[in-house]
Structure formats: C-alpha cells, structure tokens
Design a protein around this ligand. Structure first.
Ligand code: GTP
Ligand code: MG
Length: 602
C-alpha cells in the first residue's frame, strides 16, 4: 500500500443477511481494488459449480488467499479511492466485533450500518446502532440495502429513515446520512443510482470519502505514558532516561513537561533513540527516551504531558463503559487489575449505572454483577489516583482493559472523571472506626505509664533503604532503653505470608501500604511508638496511609532527596547525613512535639 495516501478504518455492521459482505464485495469490485482476475475467477468457479455468483464470495476468496500469508484476526478488506485508502472490518458477529473494538485492536473512525429495505429494521439493526455509540464512533451512515426487492420505492425508504431516526434520537446518535442502494446490482454503491433518481445525495463511496478523518494523533496534545526508567551509572554518565512510546502530539528539547499523577515538573533536556543520533524533536508513534533538566522521581505508569497543553485527568474514580468478556462475572468487593496506557493498578467495581445485555439489548434492572457479554456503564475505583484522558479527547489514553487472573476479562473507555472525595477506602475506614471496640485501659492511662504518646514514625526516601533501616532500628533501641513501648517493623514482614505471586505483582505495593496502615492503627491504639521504613512512597501512598492510621497520626522522616510533590515531611535529611545525627534530630522533635513526656539525654 502506498503510504502517502490517507488511511481510514471503517466498520460495517447490521443484522444478519442484510448485505454487509455484498456491500464490501461491491466496493472492492467497483473501485478496482481486487487482485487482477479475481472477479473473473470467482465468477467462473461459481459457474462451474452451478451456483449463482455473489459479491460476498469475493470476501471468502480473499480470505483464503490472505490467510495463506499472514493470519487475519477478523475479516479485513482494503480498497482505495482517489482520496484515501480504506480498511474495512466486516464484523463477523457482534461479540467478536465488540472484543476487537473495545480492546483497541480495531478502532474504526466511521461505520456503515446496513438495513435490508425488504425486511426492515431488525433486532441487530438497533443493537449495533447502540454499540456504535457505546464505542464512541460518531460518524455513522445508514445504508438501506436491497432496494431492488421493494421496487426502489422512495416511500419504503422514507419510512425506514423515519423509524430508524427516531430510534437513533433515543440513544443520542446523529447519523451522517441514509443511503438507498442495491448492493447486488450496484445501485448507489459507487455511482449514483439510475433506478433511484428521486435520491439526490451521496453514494456509499461518496459518503465514505465525506467522512472526516479524526484529527491526526500528532496534532493532539502531547501524551507520553512512561514505561521504564533507565539509569546509566558508567563514569561521567549519570543520565536517567525516561522511555516509552509517544501516544499523541509532539515534543522538542526545552519543552516544559509535567508527570501525572505525581505532578512532578521538569524540562526536556534531550531526546534519545536507541542506536540513532540524538534528536531535537519527536512525534506520536515514536518509541523514544528523554532526559530531563532536573532530577525528579517518577514511576513507570505515569503520564507525561506538556505543561502549556490540555491536561489529562487525575482521579481514582471514573465513569466508564465496559464490555465484559470473561466467564466469571465482574463483581463488587473483588480486586482486579486495570491497565490503561502504561499504568497497571488495582481496581474495584464501585457501582453499576446500567447494564445492557448485548444479545438482547434490553436494559437489565437490579443486577449487581456484570456477566459475560454484558455491556455496562459503571463507576470504577483504582487503589490510587491515576492519569487518563476521556474518550472524546485522546482515545489511546482513555481505553483500558480489566485483567482477572492474568487474562483480559473486560475492556472499556473512560467517559468521565468522578470526584474521589468519597472512596471505598474512606467508606471502609468509617465502618472500621464505628465498629471499633475499645479496651478497658484509656489512652491517658497508657500515656501515664509509657511516658509517651502513641506515634507512627515512617522513614522514607528513594535509594536510601539501608540508611533508613539503620536509623529506624537505632531509634527503636534508644527509645526502648529508656523504657518506652516501641516496635520496629521491617518491610518484608508486612508482606510475609502472602503468596510470592501476589507480593511481586504491581499491587503488592498497594497491599503493603494497606496492611501497614491497618497495623499502624492497631499498634498505636495499643499505646506504642511504631516505627517502619518505606521506599518509593509518593503523595498518594502517604494520603492512604494517613487515612488508614487515623484517628492516630504519623511522623515522616525523609532521608535523601525529597520525593513528594505536595506532602511536607516532618524532617528531611541529606543522603550523607550521619545516622546518629538523624536519630538525635528525630528524638528532639519527639520532645518538642511532646510525644515523649519525660526527657532523658541520649
Ligand atoms: P452475514 O455476514 O451472514 O451477517 O450476512 P451479510 O450481511 O454479510 O449479507 P450478505 O452480503 O452475505 O448477503 C446476504 C444475502 O442477501 C445474499 O444472498 C445476497 O445475495 C443478498 N443480497 C445482498 N445485497 C442484496 C441486494 O441488494 N439485493 C438483493 N436482492 N439481495 C441482496
Ligand atoms: Mg457477511
């Protein structure tokens, strides 16, 4: 295929036997897009088998031919006009079609929906119309086929237009056009129909050329899902290269960039490509690495964008359309994994706005789980805020899949960001607190005996784990020697007992924070000073930890570079600070804040 001509993906849908394949066969034949001699060959083989020729056979003939080379996932055909190249997906069934569409395997810019003039509007005519709107396909043209069977009657056509328009109105879809054709006889497909002079508008082919190309992804705001960070440690080389593939937009050296959800900012210092000379700018589709002017701590899964462009969304709650494919239903109170751009995160189903049974297309009332092949509008919640776009803005960063047990269980698109003031975590905590059964010893009695108030002390920082552990244990020892009730918990202890599969999974970290927070709540309630270390925490981890530890509070000590954007730690130390000095400073703070009520010299 020539590359200089524009490309467009089209999907063709409609009730069984209404003529989808025939329309495509006609388009291929009448635009001279078939391999030389193909038409003749198929016609001859039909004659030899005493079988009437059908344009739809062309697709099967091509399929056989193509599948000898590369395998094709669904019926995919190519043809071209003067204006552009088309790739047409003939959806074999709506389940396969949905699967391909929802996972992004085949995102079409426009659709043709075929209705048989003689049979009229059928179940799937409506269902497919709905699914197109569900998938966010805005350009739709209704092809009223087999007009030969109704004597090319304008009245029959008008009635279908009237009825189907009122259906489309009810689901908020505005069709681009209705086109009367006879695919079998070639009326109205590529050229204007001789038999329907009453119809003055576009032929199918003219309509295809009339569909607007989606804004090129290079012209959209810049989006770079961060996949990996490579640290170079050779002599004179302390570069950190931020690697991934540019989803949309363009970028050049000197551009100011922001990472979401961490909200860290920097400036592009260089653009590097493997084994290629450094570049000044880069555009959508390129797999690339960046270095930045300042050293910032961000993690794979973050979304980088240009500071002066339209921003992505950040939230842990989102409203989405999903299509469920797994045999096991999508249920509440279970943790799944969400993959969106380069983000992998735990997700839960919060609520179901509505469910449409994809085989019946009726709204299902009162169901509290989503079953296989259901199409649903849902509210989802991730364990931490994530960055994403809305389907109307940037498609690639709005499309997601839900993974259950290492398999893609469902897919969907984000419709809207929902405020995450109320989260499942907050609901859990308020339930926990209202059910908390207090012991017989009051907090005041504990403080009087212990000579300290309960406190949770967290040492954190990037790449300074050893130092954090040494400082934490030294502090534990000193406080203990003075008769305080103190307990140190190591990182691995919290995850002990989890199967190794789980602790290595991306959500092992979130589970760690959750367990730690619950433990902190209990241990501080017992009156103790609870000390731990945490590397690679961000603002959102701290936020969750704070919620979980409440009503008690914690104190944070950062060793090394500050890794937070908004959160202010109580103390922070240079990476080179002496352990004794750090511990002395923490102790002083405990005295000043009156956590320790009797002063000793340490
Ligand atoms: P499925 O893939 O099975 O859903 O069917 P389809 O929508 O692809 O329909 P297909 O193109 O296979 O056509 C179904 C039947 O309708 C075939 O026998 C065609 O010959 C016939 N047909 C298609 N277009 C026309 C038409 O314009 N006029 C008449 N009379 N028959 C047509
Ligand atoms: Mg077909």
């Amino acid at each position: 295929m020539e590359t200089n001509r524009e490309q467009m993906k089209i999907v063709i849908v409609g009730h069984v036997d209404h003529g989808k394949s025939t329309v495509i066969g006609r388009l291929l034949a009448d635009t001279d897009s078939l391999p030389k001699g193909k038409l003749q060959q198929v016609k001859q083989s039909c004659a030899a088998n005493a079988r009437p020729f059908e344009y739809a056979f062309l697709l099967d003939a091509l399929k056989d031919e193509q599948s000898q080379g590369i395998t094709i996932e669904s019926a995919r055909c190519f043809f071209k006009t003067k204006k552009r190249h088309y790739i047409v997906f003939d959806a074999p069934g709506h389940i396969e079609f949905l699967k391909n569409m929802v996972t992004g395997a085949a995102h079409a810019a426009a659709a043709l929906l075929v209705i048989d003039a003689h049979e009229g509007i059928q179940e799937n005519s409506k269902r497919h119309g709905y699914l197109l709107s569900f998938l966010g396909i805005k350009q739709v043209s209704i092809v009223v086929n087999k007009m030969d069977l109704v004597d090319y009657s304008e009245e029959v056509f008008n009635n279908i237009v009237k009825d189907y328009t009122s259906f489309l109105n009810s689901i908020n879809v505005k069709p681009n056009s209705f086109i009367p054709i006879s695919a079998r006889d070639g009326e109205g497909v590529v050229h204007a129909s001789e038999k329907m002079k009453w119809y003055k508008n576009k032929s199918v082919l003219e309509q295809l050329d009339g569909f607007k190309k989606e804004k090129s992804s290079q012209k959209k705001p810049f989006r770079f899902p961060l996949q990996d960070i490579y640290k170079f440690t050779e002599e004179n080389d302390d570069r950190r290269v931020f690697a991934g593939t540019i989803e949309s937009g363009n970028i050049k050296i000197g551009d100011d960039v922001v990472f979401y959800p961490s909200q860290k900012e920097s400036t592009i210092k260089s653009i590097e490509e493997f084994n290629v000379a450094a570049k000044v700018e880069a555009v959508a589709g390129q797999a690339i690495g960046f270095t930045l002017n300042t050293q910032i701590y961000v993690k794979p899964g973050e979304l980088m964008f240009k500071k002066d462009e339209h921003k992505p969304q950040i939230s842990s709650r989102l409203r989405a359309n999903i299509f469920w494919m797994s045999k096991a239903p999508f249920i509440k109170d279970k943790t799944y994994k969400l993959k969106i751009s380069s983000t992998r995160i735990s997700v839960k189903l919060v609520s179901i706005v509505n469910i449409i049974d994809a085989s019946e297309l009726g709204t299902i009332e009162g169901k509290d789980q989503i079953e296989r092949h259901d199409v649903a509008e849902v509210i989802l919640e991730t364990s931490k805020p994530i960055a994403f776009d809305l389907i109307d803005e940037i498609e690639g960063t709005s499309r997601f899949v839900i993974v259950d047990n290492y398999e893609i269980a469902g897919g969907g698109i984000v419709l809207e960001k929902i405020s995450d003031d109320q989260t499942l975590l907050k609901e859990h905590i308020s339930r926990r607190e209202s059910q908390w059964e207090k012991g017989a010893v009051t907090l005041e009695e504990k403080i009087a005996i212990n000579k300290h108030k309960p406190k949770f002390i967290v040492f954190c920082g990037e790449d300074t784990v050893q130092k954090q552990q040494q400082a934490a244990k030294l502090l534990e020892k000193k406080l203990f020697q003075q008769g305080h009730q103190v307990y140190y918990l190591g990182f691995s202890n919290v995850l002990a007992g989890l199967d190794s599969d789980f602790s290595q999974a991306v959500d092992g970290r979130e589970e760690h924070i959750r367990r730690l927070g619950e433990l902190a709540r209990i241990i501080t309630d017992s009156g103790q000073i609870f000390i731990t270390t945490l590397s690679s925490v961000d603002d959102y981890d701290i936020e969750n930890l704070k919620l979980l530890t409440a009503p008690n509070d914690f104190l944070t000590v950062v060793i090394g570079q500050n890794i937070f954007t908004k959160f202010k730690p109580n103390l922070d130390f240079d990476e080179a600070a002496e352990i004794d000095y750090i511990v002395q400073e923490v102790y002083t703070l405990l005295i000043n804040e009156e956590i320790i009520t009797i002063e000793y010299n340490i």
